[in-house]
Design a protein around this ligand. Sequence first.
Ligand SMILES: [Zn+2]
Length: 332
Amino acid sequence: MQVEFHENGIYLPAIRLWLDNTNPCETTWISHGHSDHARGCHTQVIGTPATLRIYRMRLWLPDGQPEPQTQPLEFRDSLLFNGATLTAFPASHILGAAQLLIEYAGERLVYTGDIKLRPPLAGDTTQPIPCDHLIIESTFGLPIFKLLERGEAIQRITNFARECFAAGDTPAFIGYPLGRGQEIVHVLCQAGIPTSVHGAIAKFIPVYEDHGYQFPGWQPYDAKATANKALVVVPAHGSALEASGKNVRVAYVSGWAALDNARNRSGAQELIPYSDHADFDELLTMVEKSGARHIDVVHGYTAPFAHILRTKGFSAAAPQRGSDRSNIEAEG
Ligand SMILES: [Zn+2]
């Protein structure tokens, strides 16, 4: 199947379907709700129910612009589309994130979107999908990235909060507004730790709750009432907290925390290398288990990861997409 790699998304001309097109178009699959994927006022969008809900939360409609038609696709459900069969599978990246299997003319193409293989702190666990052609991301596609397992991450997050309380300090966790933020809040609340949540993260908690994740006892962030609470805030707010002069200790929960210079870059006292993206070994496992005859690498360390795959005997490429729209520091 012909695949076109454009700056604004990936296009499959045979079935007239875009994948994660960020410009308005006829029909696009949206892999997940992060703002660099779930955007654009399209005629029709296909995605999992959680992704479509987040897309609508983000959507800004100009005057007179009709609402996009939304076509929900549950995990492991299939849909016929212009002669192809589309099936969604979990991608474990954030709530609702999905891989898309496209079966057309005897060929199986899988587009992972952002993905991780290890079970997430809160979300559905994925599996490699057998296919002929794999389009995979590579945010952490270098061997230096080794990230924590779910159980280790839970331990590190709860231990850090309790150590801070024991020392009379306030623990503050830096989380991204969608995904990592809710995962950290979920871990803290499930451990019975009083947790105060920044508004940018809190606004997506109801979406997680409606998909069965419980956050007992969380409270909206109040700068005047931070004592004896764990704080979960967005990165910009983390620096303000550090500068506040209060006894705040900051934990940076991110794949970038695996880098040697992460302490200097983030200013955090505690580095917890957990991510909603796959690390290098997980990416390799997904490639191997897919059995794909060809692999295209589309996000992050694309050229080095494709090169590593070729040295291992895979047919792999890092297609040019005009200017690189993937801001690899934006999330991870
Ligand atoms: Zn993402």
